[in-house]
Write a protein that binds this ligand. Structure first.
Ligand code: MN
Length: 739
């Protein structure tokens, strides 16, 4: 690399020029003592880094100066953070020690710089789990001071802005890490501008051709957009002027990264995205009238343009957990294009751009700036630690996650959710809300349709699809891995069983009435004994389900309304099934799917066995018997190390065996079609789906689904139902996996 010719005098002047540039944006450090502190930190950093140069050949001090400037200007941070930003690389790279920092500045500064040094100490890693580990360590430093995270973000932002001089390999590593860790973190903290810039810069280095291509296309289409925006906002501006509202209208296209994401993850062509943008109306209104003014503007906008009622987002009444306040509506333009209009006050706008960092400016009271700062830092911490409505559950998960492997996934709104490794879309749905879990029929992960059992990965964006008709199912217990989801499913299943049993009870009452048998507990007990159901609830349940046929109830004697069964009569209905009533002894076989099986077993989530699979049971320490496929990746280890805990198992009877069949379908693309199809499969036909994929291109969609059916009759009934859906053209069975 060519180094610039070094002119020491010139460089000194440039360093001072940059230092004065920093002071100009330190709005929160006005007092003489604060300025003196910054000066001291600057001089110490200059001295400590004096012999160091960046990869570009520039003096190293340019970097801490730039990081401090980002902290002051873009994050609105105060003196302590500026001092620490100036010194952030000294302890790691120079002779300065933490003790020096404490002596020269103070305890707070020591803690923050210590945190920053620790983070960079773990920054050398090569795989995703190490990255997750790093993220975890970073979150842990929050217990010291959130400023550590904010300065680290500023540090990363400056490194990304100056990544050109790095080796290609290093560029790729830093860019990936930025996308994986820092951009989501910035988003989580409500720092939307920084998040967007980090994402765009990451793309620029990871996929330079794609990045340049999108930037060029955006430039070429700029004039079209400007014309459209001017025409669109003209009537609004006129009316706002008439009503003497002070405002500013800004418009911004989607970021390069989000356009790229749509093109590559969703397959949407550039032509359909480039003119998607949001118009922002920023009102110059004081705190007493800002909310009312926002709604006034809303009513003006919607007087001219028809709003989409389901796309009104009111974050004015209830701000987002990151502190974001804004009123969003999506309206139809005269050219038939949806346009998002964001309405907010100047204060809200600054909050949206700088996150909580903007808070201090608007808070009144006798507090010093630093103590206000501590208060909002406290708030940031609270936000990070409890982003969900169920704070206790989240904190539990959070603490738990410090010790177990975990993944970080996002809601469509960009909220970060932490789940254990192996979590499925169904776990995610329950994590959001029990009701969402109960009605979950699938999800869109990174805009692609996936089934309930889809395993999530860090960085996935997950949108849950629900249906009112959906109910929790027994086999869901083998899909979820989080204890809370498992618990919720069990409660729901119990509740449903109770409801079904209630119907069975009514049926039995009617039957008793017809046969003139008294409705008496001793008679019910007699039936429980006869059918070996162990409980009245189970008896009623099986009557309702039809596995006990009351019409076939015979062979009993009656005396004054009381019934007695003859002892040795064969038990009907159940005779065709083989029953194991106790845990199978060694050498015996466990029957899966047998209602009367009293053994506590569950299907192992690692291999998701289905009826028909060759399986074995494994006796676990706490969770009863787990059923694994013999082809399970864990099978070999379990069988070789713990042979004495392995028991034979097979599926109980033919009726319950299901076969996996692939179906392909095509049709005319229509909103909600996928939901109709999945509804028919899972709700109307009560068929289990194993996988579903769906692609739409120029209005034609093609889909594939893998379902579990009992036999060919079952399959053709399903195909007939699917063919009847409006818009569906063909439905065919896939003869082989590669058809
Ligand atoms: Mn640095």
């Amino acid at each position: 690399m060519q180094k610039p010719i070094i002119n020491q005098e010139e460089e000194k002047r440039e360093i001072l020029r940059r230092y004065r540039g920093l002071l100009r944006v330190c709005h929160r450090s006005k007092s003489r003592s604060e300025r003196a502190k910054i000066r001291k930190a600057f001089e110490l950093a200059v001295e400590a880094h004096k012999d160091m140069r960046r990869k570009s050949g520039e003096p190293y001090i340019y970097h801490p100066l730039a990081v401090a400037k980002i902290c002051a200007e873009e994050l609105g941070l105060g003196t302590t953070a500026i001092v620490c930003a100036l010194l952030h690389d000294t302890v790691e790279d120079t002779d300065i020690t933490l003790d020096d920092i404490e002596t020269l500045f103070g305890k707070k500064e020591r803690t923050i710089i210590d945190g920053l040094t620790k983070i960079s100490g773990v920054s050398d890693y090569s795989n995703t789990s190490d990255q997750a580990e790093n993220f975890r360590k970073m979150l842990l430093t929050l217990s010291d001071d959130v400023r550590v995270i904010l300065i680290k973000l500023a540090d990363r932002l400056h490194n990304m802005r100056t990544l050109d001089h790095m080796l290609r390999e290093k560029q790729l590593k830093i860019a990936s890490e930025t996308l994986f860790l820092y951009a989501p973190l910035a988003h989580r903290l409500g720092l939307y501008n920084i998040k967007t810039e980090l994402e765009d810069l990451s793309l620029k280095f990871k996929n330079p051709e794609d990045y340049d291509d999108i930037v060029n296309r955006l430039q070429k289409t700029q004039a079209v957009r400007t014309r459209f925006i001017n025409a669109f906002t003209l009537p609004i501006r006129r009316e706002l002027d008439k009503q003497h509202l002070k405002y500013e209208i800004k418009s911004r296209t989607k970021s390069v990264y989000s356009i790229w994401n749509k093109i590559h993850k969703k397959g949407v062509p550039f032509e359909e995205i480039y003119d998607v943008f949001a118009i922002r109306i920023i009102l110059n209104s004081g705190p007493e009238s800002e909310k009312a003014d926002c709604w006034r503007v809303y009513s003006i906008v919607t007087d001219f343009y028809q709003p989409s009622p389901e796309r009104l987002r009111d974050w004015i009444s209830i701000p987002k957990s990151s502190g974001y306040e804004s009123l969003h509506t999506t309206v139809m333009s005269p050219t038939g294009k949806w346009v998002e209009v964001q309405i907010r006050s100047e204060r809200m706008d600054e909050m949206a751009e700088k996150g909580y960092a903007a808070h201090w400016k608007y808070k009144e009271g006798p507090e010093t700036p630093e103590s206000k700062m501590d208060r909002w830092l406290e708030q940031v911490r609270e936000v990070l630690e409890s982003p969900s409505e169920n704070a206790i559950e989240f904190i539990d998960n959070f603490k738990l996650s410090l010790f177990s492997e975990e993944i970080y996934v996002f809601t469509p709104e960009g909220d970060l959710k932490t789940l254990p490794v192996g979590s499925t879309t169904l776990d995610f749905a329950f994590h959001i809300h029990s009701q969402i879990g109960y009605h979950c029929i699938g999800a869109k992960v990174n805009y692609k349709l996936v089934p309930l059992s889809h395993k999530l990965r860090s960085g996935d964006q997950v949108e849950i699809l629900t249906s009112k008709k959906q109910r929790p199912k027994e086999d869901w217990l083998s899909i979820v891995v989080t204890p809370s989801a498992r618990q919720k499913i069990k409660i729901a299943l119990k509740e449903e069983k109770k409801q079904i049993a209630e119907e069975g009870k009514e049926m039995l009452k009617r039957r008793f009435h017809n046969l003139k048998i008294n409705w008496h507990s001793s008679n019910i007990d007699e039936l429980v004994r006869y059918y070996e159901t162990y409980s009245a609830l189970e008896l009623y349940y099986r009557i309702a389900k039809g596995s006990i046929d009351l019409k076939k109830m015979k062979g009993f004697q009656m005396e004054g309304g009381k019934i007695f069964f003859e002892k040795n009569l064969p038990v009907q209905n159940l005779s065709e099934q083989k029953i194991v009533t106790t845990a199978p002894a060694k050498g015996e076989t466990l029957l899966i799917g047998d209602e009367k099986q009293k053994v506590d077993y569950s299907l192992a989530p690692c291999c998701n066995p289905i009826p028909g699979d060759e399986v074995f049971g494994f006796i676990t320490v706490n969770e009863g018997i787990k059923i694994h496929r013999t082809s399970c990746p864990n099978a070999q280890e379990l069988m070789s190390k713990y042979a004495y805990r392995v028991i034979k198992a097979r599926w109980s009877n033919k009726e319950l065996v299901q076969f996996e069949v692939g179906l392909k379908f095509s049709g005319i693309d229509d909103v909600g079609l996928v939901q109709k199809i999945t509804n028919i499969i899972s709700t109307d036909m009560n068929v289990n789906m194993k996988a579903i994929s769906f692609e739409a291109n120029n209005g034609i969609f093609q889909g594939r689904v893998i379902v579990l059916v009992h036999d060919t009759n079952h399959l053709s009934a399903l195909i007939d139902q699917l063919k009847a859906v409006e818009g569906v053209l063909t439905v065919d069975r896939i003869e082989s996996e590669f058809a």
